[in-house]
Design a protein around this ligand. Structure first.
Ligand code: X8Z
Ligand code: ZN
Length: 621
């Protein structure tokens, strides 16, 4: 998802009056030097703070839109020129954001902040959540590295040595999703993971520059800057993540054990050991982050329907536009508006044949108003059916908070932004699919466990992954993990948290973390961990609002305007309030918590434990 509300201010638009405020803080005047005292910066006044914020916010829209357009073109037409253009506007943006952040510091003294309204104090704080590189050369290098890394990932291809045609990520992902031939799986997996070492040095250089920028703003490093975006101290946030992970770990462990037995049955005891890490290429996904593609392998013998949404979408030749319209209709059924005409004119919904694009799905707010778009290479699969609901969640959030002041046009926190579309996708139940005509037969209530297992293969499987990606990056940014140790640390965390191992020995100078979009694209990942818990809190709250009775996994809020209203009210807040207030408004809770997810999967946990008891006993024979 593309948005960065706090880093998009242009100095140019702020007017000459602001230049002084943007200057580096001067050394304190020595006592007795009256001339120097006279030059010491005057104490800020409320009027100045108000004026500064008004001018800063007024400058937002222009630089935001310029940068978004340059990035859009860069990601939609990957060429050296568009990369240079994206880098150029990235540099301007960084400069503007840094200057505004420095200027905001002038108002930081505790006594003064308390005299401000909550909203203004919050705006000043948000403005300072950014990098600042005062050296123009470093700024240019940072922006160039950023654009180059995004482009490198987007155009990477595996060209097998045996003369088979080159394959882009999408094709390789398809092999991992559908093949059961371990040789083919390993070939696709290792072919993709052989690409990222090519951008490892660039990434290491980027990390160093990014840290420099974080330190200029007073953060320990970029990881600390990222952890500062949650209305709590950075250390407290790290602690929260660990607490939440430990809360849901027993459920993950049960799913992992069950999946291990099933993979062992499918691929044999040599490939899948009874203890220790399970090889990463067998999980149906390039990063082993979600396992839904294993469903046919792991589905319950009884208590599972044979329904296959991918098959239906494929057979009907559902187009990318139709996939998107299904999702749009869900949102409008909640009382939300139709997507603007420009969304359809300007979005990229299908992979073009004639040019290189970044296919990783993203949602864009170009002008912070109605110019909203998505960029996604949509295929008619169950997975993309979910992803398109995810992307429209971002889009409806953009639209809902567009009337907030510029600095508040963002999610309550980034986990909220990621959670909205997923919350909606939790309402894609068999009954809902029947209702919209994608499923012919009536859902079989006895097939519940299968559906719950299918859901867990994505929502539970992803949890340790969504945690460890940034655990790795926090160490990289803190300097605890040096480039020579990137892979060692990556796989240590993969094994420790996910119970998943590298299928081949580590490559010399490897960079497996770089094979995941968010690392070269420098998109923080903790947001997805939070989103994975928040979406169940939102789902439970909205189902209650809709008057749903019965198990949470059977609830769909489709067509319920009352639930829609509740959701919309939260979306409209943007980031104007600390996130616990937004959470409270929708759910009555003020902490992110794994309880709703555990409640949702409670029937499955009992079932998995029983299956594992039986399967473990069978292994002894
Ligand atoms: O990157 C995404 C979205 C765009 S914000 C498609 N997701 C993460 C991923 O693909 O790794 C959604 C779930 C996790
Ligand atoms: Zn997203």
């Amino acid at each position: 998802m593309k948005l960065s509300a706090v880093s998009l201010i242009t100095l140019l638009a702020l007017g000459a009056g602001m230049t002084q405020a943007h200057a580096q803080p001067k050394a304190p005047a020595k006592p007795g030097k009256t001339k120097a005292q006279a030059r010491a910066p005057a104490k800020p006044t409320l009027v100045e703070a108000k004026r500064f914020l008004a001018q800063t916010e007024a400058g937002f829209d222009r630089v935001n839109a310029d940068q978004a357009r340059a990035d859009w073109v860069g990601a939609n037409f990957i060429t050296d020129d568009t990369e240079a253009i994206a880098a150029y506007f990235g540099e301007l943006q960084l400069d503007a954001a840094g200057q505004a952040a420095l200027a905001a510091r002038r108002f930081n003294s505790p006594g003064f902040v308390q005299s401000l309204s909550h909203a203004d104090a919050r705006k000043l704080k948000l403005l300072q959540l950014t990098l600042m590189l005062s050296d123009p050369k470093e700024r240019a290098d940072y922006a160039a590295a950023r654009a180059a890394l995004a482009g490198a990932y987007g155009k990477a291809k595996y060209c097998p040595a045996d003369g088979r045609p080159c394959m882009a990520l999408g094709e390789l992902e398809k092999i991992l999703a559908t093949s059961r031939d371990p040789k083919k799986l390993l070939d696709a997996w290792s072919g993709w993971h052989a690409q990222s070492p090519g951008w490892k040095d660039r990434y290491a250089g980027f990390v160093a520059l990014s840290n420099k920028g974080a330190r200029e703003m007073g953060y320990a490093d970029t990881g600390a800057l990222w952890r500062s975006g949650y209305d709590m101290a950075p250390d407290e946030f790290a602690f929260e993540m660990e607490r939440l992970w430990l809360q849901v770990k027993p459920l993950y462990d049960a799913l992992h054990e069950y999946t291990r037995y099933k993979l062992r049955a499918a691929y044999g005891p040599e490939a899948v050991p009874l203890t220790g890490p399970v090889p990463a290429h067998l999980f149906g996904n390039m990063w082993s982050q979600t396992w839904d593609n294993l469903y046919p392998l792991v589905r319950p013998k009884s208590g599972a329907s044979g329904f296959d949404l991918t098959k239906v979408l494929e057979q009907r030749k559902t187009t990318p536009r139709q996939m998107t319209e299904y999702a749009e209709r869900f949102y409008t059924s909640l009382g939300m508006p139709k997507l603007p005409a420009t969304f359809w004119e300007r979005s990229l919904l299908a992979k073009p044949r004639d040019r290189e694009v970044v296919c990783h799905a993203s949602a864009w707010s170009i002008d912070a108003r109605d110019d909203v778009r998505i960029k996604m290479c949509i295929n008619p699969t169950a997975e993309d059916f979910t992803v398109i609901h995810h992307e429209l969640g971002h889009v409806y959030y953009f639209l809902a908070y567009q009337n907030q002041p510029a600095l508040f046009r963002n999610g309550a926190n980034d986990g909220f932004h990621e959670a909205i579309g997923d919350t909606i996708a939790l309402s894609i139940t068999p009954a809902y699919l029947k209702r919209i005509g994608l499923m012919k037969e009536d859902p079989d209530p006895k097939a519940d466990m299968g559906e719950l297992l299918r859901r867990a293969l994505s929502k539970v499987a992803v949890l340790p992954w969504a945690y460890m990606v940034d655990r790795w990056r926090w160490d990289v940014y803190a300097g605890n993990t040096q480039p020579a140790d990137y892979d060692r640390s990556w796989w240590q965390l993969r094994e420790q948290y996910m119970g998943i191992g590298r299928p081949l020995p580590m490559a010399a100078n490897g960079f497996d973390a770089g094979a995941k979009y968010h690392v070269p694209a420098d998109v923080p990942y903790a947001r997805y961990f939070l989103a994975n818990l928040l979406q169940f809190q939102f789902h439970r709250a909205l189902c209650r609002e809709a008057g749903h009775e019965g198990p949470l996994h059977a609830c769909s809020i489709h067509g319920n305007e009352k639930a829609g209203k509740k959701l919309q009210a939260m979306l409209e807040l943007g980031t104007s309030k600390p996130w616990p207030e937004a959470l409270k408004a929708i759910s009555g809770e003020d902490r992110i918590d794994g309880g709703a997810l555990l409640e949702y999967f409670a029937p499955l946990k009992g079932w998995l434990d029983e299956q594992n008891r039986v399967l473990a006993a069978q292994q002894k024979w």
